[in-house]
Write a protein that binds this ligand. Structure first.
Ligand code: CU
Length: 110
């Protein structure tokens, strides 16, 4: 019985958040932005500086997620492709799609 109890305790520790095992990344979070219907979803996202944002293109048309000031960008993403960008600085990051410049979004980093 004692052994079983100890194994249970170890399993509980292993279930701790994955980020805790990554040095220097404990506070960083990952956010998702889906591109579908020629729109970024969500169109406005709040993050913390240092967080990662994953853009996933769910449209048949190619899209990018590109900062207006060009400080970051995904590659041209085909259907089903995704790419992550790190939002390293605080402030409002307006972004758009280079293929369809009328597609716009905002990431607010604190
Ligand atoms: Cu586009």
């Amino acid at each position: 019985m004692t052994k079983i109890t100890r194994r249970t305790a170890v399993a509980g520790l292993a279930a701790a958040p994955l980020a805790a095992s990554l040095p220097g990344a404990a506070m960083a979070a990952t956010h998702q932005i889906s591109i579908e219907g020629f729109k970024f979803n969500p169109a406005e996202l709040s993050v913390a500086a240092g967080d990662t944002v994953v853009f996933t293109n769910n449209d048949g048309a190619p899209h990018t997620g590109t900062a207006v000031d060009k400080s970051w960008s995904t590659a041209r993403l085909g259907k089903g492709q995704s790419e992550e960008v790190v939002i390293s600085t605080a402030g409002d990051h307006s972004y758009f799609c280079q293929v369809h410049p009328n597609m716009k979004g905002l990431i607010k980093a604190s």
